[in-house]
Ligand binder design. Structure first.
Ligand code: ASP
Length: 592
């Protein structure tokens, strides 16, 4: 028998018992006449003790050969500790070891297996199996498992059926690049890996499954950022005979259930905000509403007073950093301005107005505006003494984006974005189409099967080009703490409307037929009204556990920023014979 207990289990009530434990050696402290060794498994750490006089000499010598990460089995007696460690659950006891089996030796690990390790990113990715022994990673992977189990439990209770859809498919309409897989049996032809199961889940609705879900791997060949991975998991869902309201209610239910079951948190009813309101107040379609600091439009108050920068701007917009006036010296403001001017944000400048505690007003545009003018601005924000306005100006969309960054930064600096404070919301009424100036084309804001709102259908079928920009969709996103958790839409199930949408998106009839003919064909046989959504599962887990959206630690074997798996060293070249078989060699040779 390898163990009677695990390493996180023993307490005072076990004192006196003979037990067997197995695990990894975390480390030893050899004091000469006695030695402490920490034994670790995924349940915790238990202290072993070897004492001169009490421990058999040979056993003590053997214990001295133990290195970090050796795998051992020990037998011994649970005793009360002399100096207790209140920081760990097993901290009141230790094991007086009577037998020691070395099950496996270990090389010295390249970094310490501690909560805070000394290993750099690349090293830890290469030795992911060692990194995964660390408690924070063990906890996030176990948390993920819990969220998956609870998701399945909730959705199946609600009558959803889990259906697996294929991984070798053809291009899906999510707007990223496809990963492709060459077909050996159909030379020169390729499968695409699904960016999502979108078309399949819609077909499942045509087949009458009514409520579908799947925890599913999706693949998108995009440039990577901290919160992106080329393969990730979605909680993917679709429902028939539903309105947007039904879908929001169902998945608000899931969200609340998961927070309760996995975090013990009762979420309030989720507020809803239109896309327009989110952009107006927060300059973002994924606003962090843990704090206010909403945008105020200053066009009326700030223009026409002779300050040409504001006069020539499409938008003058500000936020009120409450109580910050005396926290920001000229030097601090300069630093903040430089931060805003970095190419990632690209602001031209930053204007401040401070209402000091002594009632004086100080501003970088004091030359152009009287104190009374500036007071009017402060009042427009509902500011108090001690507050500081931060103002940006320029082209509308750009300026809002920059202000969004500034608002988030100020929120962080002011401690208003606490990781254990959860403020989810629905953002609704997204535009149907997005006009891309560069390519002079419309793109689907969500995807090409998204339905316009009922009241916009007429305008879509009969309106002019400008009208198309104002169409709203039955499309929605769930946002938690400024992180987009997922989204979905009611789908078009009417042929005329779908054709019109394809036409607006620049597909010819033939192109639409070639890419989505199978779906359109299915729609000829009685498609029910339907809609759905997908949550990013990795991201949901990350936000629930850490308050932010960095997903890498919630995926057991992630890729690095270059899309590489450092542990198995993928992607990697393949043999010429394999290339030959796939008919790929010729093409590669030509490239050279
Ligand atoms: N397939 C969509 C996505 O991956 C979600 C949906 O519309 O259901 O974002």
């Amino acid at each position: 028998m390898y163990r009677t207990h695990n390493c996180g289990e023993l307490r005072m009530e076990h004192v006196g018992q003979e037990i067997t434990l197995s695990g990894w050696v975390q480390g030893s402290r050899d004091l000469g006449y006695m030695m402490y060794t920490d034994l670790r498994d995924r349940y915790g750490i238990t202290q072993l003790i070897f004492t001169e006089g009490k421990t058999d000499k040979n056993l003590f010598e053997k214990a001295r050969t133990l290195g970090r990460e050796f795998v051992v089995k020990i037998q011994g007696t649970v005793i009360e500790r002399q100096s207790k460690n209140p920081n760990i659950p097993t901290g009141n006891i230790e094991i007086q070891v009577t037998e020691l089996d070395i099950l496996n030796a270990s090389k010295t690990p390249p970094f310490t297996i501690e909560d805070d390790t000394d290993g750099g990113e690349d090293l830890r990715m290469k030795y992911r199996y060692l990194d995964l022994r660390r408690k924070p990673l063990q906890e996030s992977i176990m948390f993920r498992s819990k969220v998956a189990v609870e998701t399945r439990s909730y959705l199946s209770q609600q009558g959803f059926i889990e259906v697996e859809t294929p991984v070798l498919i053809k291009s899906t309409p999510e707007g990223a690049r496809d990963f492709v897989v060459p077909s050996r049996m159909n030379k020169g032809q390729f499968y695409a890996l699904p960016q999502s199961p979108q078309t399949f889940k819609q077909i499942l609705m045509v087949s009458g499954f009514d409520k579908y879900f799947q925890l599913v791997k999706c693949f998108r060949d995009e440039d990577l950022r901290a919160d992106r991975q080329p393969e990730f998991t979605q909680i993917d869902c679709e429902m028939s005979f539903v309105t947007q309201e039904d879908i929001l209610n169902t998945f608000e239910g899931l969200t609340r259930y998961l927070f309760k079951a996995c975090k013990g948190i009762d979420l309030p009813t989720l507020p809803r905000m239109t896309y327009d309101e989110a952009m107006e107040k927060y300059g973002s379609d994924k606003p962090d509403i843990r704090f206010g600091m909403e945008f105020h439009n200053l066009n009326d108050l700030a223009k026409g007073k002779g300050f040409s920068v504001f006069d020539n701007a499409e938008l003058v917009v500000g936020i009120n950093a409450e109580g910050q006036a005396n926290h920001y010296s000229n030097k601090d403001i300069k630093k903040l301005t430089e931060w805003m001017q970095r190419p990632q944000i690209g602001a031209k400048g930053l204007v401040y107005v401070k209402w000091n505690e002594d009632d004086s007003i100080k501003s970088s545009v004091g030359k152009f505006y009287s104190d009374d003018d500036l007071k009017e601005w402060l009042h427009a924000f509902g500011a108090k003494k001690g507050d500081m306005l931060l103002i940006l100006s320029g082209e509308d969309e750009k300026t809002r984006k920059q202000m969004n960054e500034l608002r988030l930064e100020m929120g962080t600096r002011m401690g208003l974005r606490q990781p254990d404070d959860f403020k989810p919301l629905w953002v609704v009424d997204f535009p149907l189409l997005e006009w891309d100036e560069e390519s002079e084309r419309f793109h689907a804001m969500h995807h090409p099967f998204t339905s316009p709102k009922k009241e916009d259908v007429d305008r879509m079928l009969n309106g002019d080009h400008e009208t198309m920009k104002s169409l709203r969709a039955d499309a929605y996103d769930l946002v938690i703490n400024g992180v987009e958790i997922g989204g979905g839409s009611i789908r078009i199930h009417n042929k005329e409307l779908q054709s019109k949408n394809f036409e607006l998106l620049g597909f010819t009839k033939e192109e639409a037929q070639a890419q989505f003919g199978f779906l359109l064909g299915a729609f000829d046989y009685g498609a029910p009204p339907h809609g759905g959504l997908a949550f990013g599962f990795d991201r949901l887990c990350a936000v629930m556990m850490t308050g932010h959206g960095a997903i890498r630690d919630f995926i057991a074997f992630p890729k690095n920023n270059q899309g590489r798996d450092m542990m198995i060293d993928a992607p990697s070249p393949i043999h010429n014979e394999q290339l030959d078989e796939l008919c790929l060699k010729i093409h590669l040779d030509e490239e050279k």
